[in-house]
Design a protein. Sequence first.
Length: 145
Amino acid sequence: MPTLCKQERLFEERLLSMLFDKGKRFTCSDSFLSDKQEEARASLRVCYLPVPCSEAWNDGSCPYSCKLLVNAPKSRYRHAVDRNRIKRLLREAFRFHKDLFVGLMPEGKVLLLSLQFAGGKVSLDMMRRLVKKTAGMLQSRLHHA
């Protein structure tokens, strides 16, 4: 099972400000049938920025090709348990499809990536579909740029 270690997480203030100042954004949406057979929508707000390895790591090495930030807005999800569950499911879905994100960047580059969930009820299957669709959209955007 792939892991998501501390080096793969995006938490440094310098990199966060760089990502949100210079990064590109898009939204990935998905429709699914909920338990009551109603159509529901879920979406991820994605912010990404490819940077050289020297900017992402102080020692110049490049052990991982992607650094991830996962969040759920407090304005939409008032209870901490809801936010924590969403973030846990999103990290698990990223781990499941991690191989799709690893091959996106060429040697010597790192992808700074922020995933923010904006949707209703969540399940692991729905989250996995969203993350897989996000990886596909990200691949097409990075190869066309």
